[in-house]
Design a protein around this ligand. Structure first.
Ligand SMILES: *Cc1c(COP(=O)(O)O)cnc(C)c1O
Length: 367
């Protein structure tokens, strides 16, 4: 069986470290805040080349807290990509802004700067750039747009731990970057967890206070905040995993390049490619084919698991009927029925990637 994800397999390889870390946290009752959370925040800031890291409860909260910290005028418009997970857009609405979907480009599946520019109005206040599938967005173009129109830029890095743009890790190109450590992400906790990174001291302070009841001291609450904290157990688990992350990404990228080589001759497929000056930290390897469902079934019969990210483009979700963008002839709206995510991860070998590729070749030569 070639699994899409194998968290238990990964655990077995690092079991001693994980079990020890969990026992330590329990021994010290360092469940909320404390040593392990502070340590991981420091380690992750260093890893992402950011000055500050604030652990939070999950990647969705991370986006919402950054939006709140930036104090953008309510009722204004925030541009988000039409291909992402709903967390990117629902947080915008929850904070009192209007979602505006912009298209993604067919090469990187990240925000198309040309379409972003088209959608800017007097009311636009911010852009959320999603480094989807681990591929960095065109930050130079997006930053130029943000300067020109005085917009805030947030990076949703939930799928892009370790990804680089011009040799610099993602997350600090704009106001702040948000991360998810959902178990299936490239760096995953054993439950929900997330983080915010930023190089701006004031944004860091504000985010930390919002995430912890608006306080600066135990009972000194400067404003009403909320409870969104990275707990000690998850932080300690993440600290054990972080030193492995670069190797895991390398393994994922090796699987991706094996797919690239083996599948490049199949005309019916569009393969992912990487823009210049980008270090793609592959979270998902997404191909496009008109025969998506049939191919997925064929692979499934051969014990090869696949996924779809995402089966319904955000503008076409019932949740966004009110925006009326589901009918627009955007790439994202037109291609959601053709996307297929092949298995990728540190649990796979090159031989596994060859087996998957061979099965795909057989499908297209025999159908
Ligand atoms: C996973 C994900 C999130 C949300 O993270 P959670 O930790 O599950 O809340 C946000 N944005 C993107 C692009 C994601 O893939």
């Amino acid at each position: 069986m070639i699994k899409f994800l194998d968290l238990n397999g990964q655990y077995q390889k690092i079991k001693k470290g994980i079990d020890g870390a969990i026992a330590d946290v329990i021994h010290h009752s360092a469940f909320i805040g404390g040593h392990y959370t502070a340590l991981f925040e420091k380690e992750f800031a260093t890893y992402q080349q950011a000055e500050h890291c604030i652990g939070v409860a999950n990647g969705t909260d991370a986006i919402e807290i950054v939006l709140e910290a930036l104090d953008i005028p309510k009722g204004t418009e925030v541009i988000v990509p039409a291909n992402s997970f709903i967390a990117t857009s629902e947080t915008v609405t929850r904070q009192g802004y209007r979602v505006v979907f912009a298209d993604v480009d067919p090469i990187s599946y990240t925000l198309d700067p040309v379409d972003v520019r088209r959608r800017i109005t007097q009311k636009t206040s911010a852009i959320i750039a999603v480094h989807l599938y681990g591929h960095p967005c065109r930050m130079d173009d997006l930053l130029k747009i943000c300067v020109e129109f005085d917009l805030k830029l947030i990076e949703d890095c939930a799928q892009a731990h370790g990804a680089e743009y011009y040799g610099k890790r993602v997350g600090t190109f704009g106001a702040a970057g948000t991360f998810s450590f959902y178990p299936g992400k490239n760096l995953g906790a054993y439950g929900d967890a997330g983080a915010i990174v930023t190089n701006h001291q004031d944004i860091a302070n504000k985010c930390r206070m919002i995430a912890n009841h608006g306080r600066i001291d135990k009972y000194d609450h400067q404003f009403e905040g909320r409870n969104s904290r990275l707990d000690g157990l998850q932080a300690a688990i993440l600290s054990v995993k972080l030193p492995h992350l670069d190797d895991w990404i390398k393994q994922r990228n090796l699987i991706a390049s094996t797919y690239n080589q083996r599948l490049s001759g199949i005309k019916q497929l569009s393969l992912p490619s990487t823009n210049l000056h980008c270090y793609h930290a592959f979270h998902l390897y997404v191909i496009r084919t008109e025969n998506r469902d049939e191919l997925a079934q064929f692979l499934n019969k051969r014990d090869i698991q696949t996924g779809v990210h995402y089966p319904i483009a955000l503008p076409k979700l019932a949740a966004y009927d009110y925006l009326g963008q589901g009918q627009e002839p955007m790439f994202a709206n037109l291609t959601d029925s053709t996307l297929l995510s092949l298995p990728i991860g540190d649990h796979l070998s090159i031989d596994d990637a060859i087996e998957v590729s061979t099965a795909i070749e057989i499908y297209f030569t025999t159908r």
